[in-house]
Design a protein around this ligand. Structure first.
Ligand code: URA
Length: 235
């Protein structure tokens, strides 16, 4: 981790971290640090003589509302990242996968690079569960086509599991995470999506007590679920 990142993670704003280094108030292994970009992994860091310790990783869930981009920053549009509390934004967690602007529901964020990589990699086949309002009500034949793996011009989708929840309401479980995947799959079997919400990912379900736009840290148990889904040892 870079020195400036460590200082912002410990609660300083970026400007304060830069100033603290410029003013010679940060020491790394006893030496005054002059470079805010210095790598400090495993080093002893002091700010104004007090130790600064590396904080734990961020694991966070957001109930993404419609109308926001899954991006960290955007010059014109509101982003999902901007909805996180400021102290969390300072840690710069990345979204785990993307939801389209109109799609709502579970969006996870983490600072753990390897976990992020695995959860979005098709190789680890992490389950993502969506609930969709669709045109018409799919029948058994549609479910069979999805289970067999729909063939598109540009790729063949992995098998997806369809449950009909009611009239024009379905749950679809996928393990791939391609661009517009759920919309494309349901359109391909004759049931274009009207609205789409992600319910869960890697065994972590959207907290029903979170209103759209609200977020919270993952519990220890939820974090454990993600590590298991990613076949990654938790350290
Ligand atoms: N599939 C889609 O079509 N859109 C999303 O946002 C996520 C999955």
């Amino acid at each position: 981790m870079r020195l400036d990142k460590l200082l912002t993670a410990a609660g300083l704003t970026r400007a304060q971290a830069k100033r603290a280094v410029a003013e010679g108030r940060a020491r790394v292994n006893g030496e005054v640090a002059r470079d805010a970009g210095l790598r400090v992994d495993g080093a002893q860091v002091l700010l104004d003589g007090r130790p600064v310790t590396e904080p734990g990783e961020v694991y966070w869930m957001l109930h993404k509302p419609a109308g926001v981009l899954t991006a960290m920053r955007d010059a014109r549009e509101k982003t999902a990242f901007s909805l996180l509390p400021e102290a969390v934004r300072r840690r710069e967690p990345s979204p785990i996968g993307r939801l389209d602007r109109d799609v709502t529901g579970l969006l996870l964020f983490t600072t753990h690079g390897e976990l992020l990589h695995r959860l979005i990699s098709p190789k680890y086949a992490v389950e993502k569960v969506y609930v969709a309002r669709v045109e018409g009500t799919p029948d058994e034949a549609a479910a069979r086509k999805l289970a067999a793996g729909v063939v598109f011009a540009d790729f063949t989708a992995r098998p997806a599991r369809l449950e009909v929840l009611g009239e024009r309401l379905v749950r679809l479980t996928v393990t791939e995470g391609r661009y517009h995947e759920v919309k494309r799959l349901l359109a391909a079997v004759g049931h274009p999506v009207l609205t789409l919400r992600r319910e869960s990912m890697g065994g972590v379900t959207l907290d029903a007590s979170l209103d759209a736009g609200e977020s919270r840290p993952l519990t220890d148990e939820e974090t454990g679920c993600l590590f298991r889904a990613a076949k990654l040892e938790r350290n």
